[in-house]
Design a protein around this ligand. Sequence first.
Ligand SMILES: Cc1cc2nc3c(=O)[nH]c(=O)nc-3n(C[C@H](O)[C@H](O)[C@H](O)COP(=O)(O)OP(=O)(O)OC[C@H]3O[C@@H](n4cnc5c(N)ncnc54)[C@H](O)[C@@H]3O)c2cc1C
Ligand code: SF4
Length: 508
Amino acid sequence: MTPGDESLRADAIVVGTGAGGGPAATALAEAGLDVLVLESGARHETRDFDGEPATMLPRLMKATTVPDSGMELYAGACVGGSTVVNDALCWRPPPEVLARWRDEYGLRGLEDSDFSRYADAVWQQVHATPTGPGDLSRNARLLERGAQRLGWVGEAMARNVRGCAHLGLCNLGCPTGAKQSALLTWVPRAERAGARVQPRTRVERVLVEAGRVRGVEARRLDAATGQAGDLLRWESPLVVLAAGVLETPALLLRSGIPAGAGLQFHSSVSVTARFPERVYGFYGPTMSYAVTEFSDVHGRQGPGFMLENVTVAPMTTAASLPGFGPALEHAMAALPHLARTVVVLRDETRGRLTIDRQGTAVVSYAPVPHDLERLRLAIRQLARLYLAAGAEEVWLPIEGLAPIRREAELGGLDRVALTPRDFTLLYAVHLFGGANMSATPQTGACDEFGRVWGVRGLYVSDASCLPSNTGANPQITIMANALRIADGSALASGPRRASRRRHSSVSS
Ligand SMILES: Cc1cc2nc3c(=O)[nH]c(=O)nc-3n(C[C@H](O)[C@H](O)[C@H](O)COP(=O)(O)OP(=O)(O)OC[C@H]3O[C@@H](n4cnc5c(N)ncnc54)[C@H](O)[C@@H]3O)c2cc1C
Ligand code: SF4
């Protein structure tokens, strides 16, 4: 850094612009701090979203394969992070999960009432809106119909949208600007409060001296080639890490700070069904209805999974169907008649994130038998539901199993000795932990206020600091927790800055 170069110095640095970074940058900037936001992804605006998977997926998302299970992990990689590619589903933080974090993990600062204030502010900021019957796609209504015929509990899920045009492109960046991702909400709000957002800037390491954070080292990434430039030093007494579960723990490890344990996901597989009528499951909100009968949060006491309808987009549908060649062709030829639902399992498995010699994250996650058995149960229940709804044929997401036409044919599912590699596509988009809040330095990376143990001024505010999975789609919980942590860090950042405090993020 050249002396006097203010662009490389700030009161606070936030790393990442997704569900954990956007709210943190907003709260700190609105508290009067000079905030620099460093984001490794590019900035694409609504006008850039053309709905083409071939152009949008490489620009907006990154995929990682878990070596030991073959599981696929997906995350956003652009300004706005995963919120740009997510399905806009909103659940309030489950009280059972907050209670568990308090009672089992000793995080006493996470009282439900306090957390609720932040969740309310988030709900309002991202325009979380009830989904009415007119917003349910035919795909969603078939899930609802099956649940009603079996007497199972379900509901339309709230979505953070304004004027959704039902294009079904939420995972490719919403081309109408209806989805209220961090790109359209938190990031511009932080900028209005003076935050400077620098896309294409990858943070490599946190700088620590004498137990205090001093800033970060980062490289700018060339817009045309993606090539990383020289290592630059950005200085700040306050650094908030929100680079997501696949990067925040790796960043800590690259900086010589302990992290990486306690990773946990919501494992997902999907079941596809062919109906006599046209479903056009690729139109409408990509996801909107949930069968909550088997959930174990928000008052339910089931085995711990939700069933949520999901888009029948050609690429992801083909990837999740069993078979190759003519068998796959037969299924895909019926695309307009297909409905699809994804299992969102509240895993018990715990994984680990380490780094290789280059400092790149390596994830280890081997689903425990109980999780595999609950996935089997979820697939069985979904097959039953679709048959009850009137499906002519149901494909289970397991290689080697023929499609079924009646419940009696479900025996094949029971006989398979399930391993993670038997699934056509086992994946997760809800990732948690790796730099978790904890009551002691022995059990996690940071305390209940997101303060990294042993490094003053260093915080974690993204999904990696959550001590476990949430059992429901997590973006609201992550954002609420990030606001809570950032409010605390702004207050703790010293009397000079506290005196510049304009207003608290929860007040608007
Ligand atoms: C396809 C998909 C669908 C989903 N659907 C829903 C849904 O409908 N509802 C819901 O509640 N949740 C959903 N989720 C999950 C939710 O979006 C995420 O849990 C949440 O966004 C995670 O927040 P985060 O801040 O931890 O990470 P992210 O939001 O992923 O943000 C991390 C950011 O850090 C950046 N970054 C990474 N490394 C670096 C680095 N070294 N330097 C600088 N920047 C870096 C990344 O580019 C990214 O922008 C979905 C996720 C995906 C991928
Ligand atoms: S369904 Fe709605 S939120 Fe999703 S891409 Fe279309 S307009 Fe945007």
